[in-house]
Ligand binder design. Structure first.
Ligand code: URP
Ligand code: ZN
Ligand code: ZN
Length: 474
């Protein structure tokens, strides 16, 4: 099967060129000046992209499909969540397999592989959440590297659940350094946060906004500083996940200026949502926006600092931390966010975003004039692929790359909302928001899976992606 995409503007992290793109089977085999080859005569399928952008399928390297968390399970499973991702122009996810206390890492990996296999609409890989670090489990990291799990997430938050102390963190970092893995860090001082949460509950401060007030920016800044120090000691590349505080960004900026291999992502919720407007919404509405790290006070300047970090490359990646829970009862999973009615500490942490990210970042980044279309592609496609061992197979439009391609209409304006999204969750964090730019057609390895507002793929189209380890610095 061969396909020609003609007449569009091909956008990569480097440049924007009017060009035809030829696909044979699953691979891009040619990029050439419009009409300069006889590709139209031989193509089985021709897609007319006149007036549209032809961009790489994007990568969301931080998702939690069907994660058991906070007394329930994230409402999107691998089937619904990856299909929703496709609708939003994402053709690869890297999800987090979880090793819980008392379990081996291999058990965690096999559990997540079983959940994802034959269910995904798009390609998928795994990071490993290391929830029980000891001599035996550290030894398993070699095997996971062989299986293409080349990044390990540690938690300085959630004491008693996924938390690791500094000694465990250092040991895992030393091992990762030996084997060429990357450490991903949930950087919040969970011990201090637990004191603040307990004190707030004692004072009767139980509304959702207290989730943010008891996780102040200084607890993220301090943990980020400590994570960087431990990573420097171990000599390992460090990637800070879901960054929301400018104090944390400052630490990453200083580390990068010193030449350390330190990287960070942020997520749309930290760029578009605020503690004052969203987390403080009347009644229990703020529960929609409960996630960790928390959305932060606009008055403190976090959102603008994060946008600026993306412009200056102090932040390299935008992912979602997609981990949705319904406000009302989920048809099969039951009560979710309402577990925390009257006690913010019991609200499951996490929010939806896998379908929103790529289009939101075009709107906020490009339409609102903060950065170029090329930087949009870099933070949503190319940098995540490079950072997590998937480039140039994924993350760009180049001869030899997988034909994961999105035809994107840069001009159309539309209104976001739960009524039109495909995620298995009963609210949108961006309800009523007017945005410009829309995903029109999506190809996964040469196969059209979204076209004319229809999903054309099949459950199980997605393939497991073994990844390579830490390469040269981004
Ligand atoms: O609130 C969040 N972020 N939930 C998912 C788990 C995590 O820490 O990434
Ligand atoms: Zn986390
Ligand atoms: Zn997460």
């Amino acid at each position: 099967m061969s396909t020609l995409i003609k007449g569009g503007t091909v956008i990569t992290a480097i440049d924007s060129t009017d060009a035809d793109v030829r696909i044979e089977g699953e691979i891009i085999t040619g990029i050439a000046a419009p009409g300069s080859h006889d590709w139209e005569d031989t193509a089985d399928t021709v897609i007319d992209a006149t007036g549209k952008y032809v961009v790489p399928g994007s990568l969301d390297i931080h998702t939690h499909m069907e994660l058991p968390f906070g007394g329930t399970v994230a409402s999107d499973n691998f089937e619904s969540g990856t299909r929703a991702a496709a609708w939003g122009g994402t053709t690869t996810i890297v999800d987090f397999a979880v090793q819980v206390k008392g379990e081996s890492m291999m058990e965690g990996f096999e559990n997540w592989m079983a959940k994802a296999s034959d269910n995904c609409a798009i390609d998928y890989g795994f990071h490993m959440i290391a929830g029980d670090i000891n001599t035996d489990t550290l030894a398993e990291m070699d095997k996971l590297m062989e299986l293409g799990v080349t990044s390990f997430k540690l938690f300085m938050a959630y004491p008693g659940v996924l938390y690791s102390d500094d000694g465990e963190i250092l040991r895992a970092m030393q091992k990762a350094s030996q084997i060429g893995a990357t450490i991903m860090m949930h950087a919040e001082n969970g011990i201090a946060i637990d004191v603040l949460r307990e004190q707030a509950i004692e004072r009767g401060e139980t509304d959702p906004v207290n989730h943010g007030l008891t996780r102040p920016a200084i607890t993220e800044g301090e943990a980020t500083h400590r994570a960087i120090a431990l990573a420097e000691l171990a000599g390992v590349p460090l990637y800070i996940v879901h960054m929301s505080a400018k104090e944390a960004l400052d630490e990453v900026t200083i580390a990068r200026d010193r030449g350390l291999p330190v990287y960070a992502e942020t997520c749309p919720q930290y760029l578009f949502l605020t503690l004052e407007e969203h987390l403080s919404a009347p009644g229990f509405e703020g529960a929609k926006y409960v996630c960790s790290t928390p959305v932060r006070k606009q008055a403190e300047g976090h959102q603008e600092a994060l946008w600026e970090g993306l412009v200056r490359d102090d932040l390299q990646v935008v992912s979602t931390d997609h981990c949705p829970f319904c406000m009302g009862d989920h048809p099969t999973l039951g009560t979710q966010k309402q577990l925390g009615l009257g006690d913010f500490t019991a609200i499951p942490n996490g929010l939806p975003g896998v379908e929103d990210r790529f289009q939101l970042m075009y709107h906020g980044g490009v339409v609102e004039g903060r950065f170029s279309v090329n930087r949009w592609i870099e933070v949503c496609c190319t940098a995540p692929a490079k950072m997590f061992g998937l480039y140039p197979k994924k993350g760009t439009i180049a001869v030899g790359s997988d034909a994961d391609i999105v035809i994107f209409d840069p001009d159309v304006s539309w209104t976001k909302g739960a009524a039109q999204h495909h995620m298995d969750v009963d609210y949108s964090c961006y309800e009523g928001m007017e945005v410009q730019g829309m995903v029109e057609t999506v190809l996964l390895r040469g196969e059209t899976i979204i076209e004319n507002n229809e999903y054309l793929g099949t459950k199980g189209d997605g393939r497991y992606l073994p990844r390579t380890g830490a390469g040269p610095r981004l």
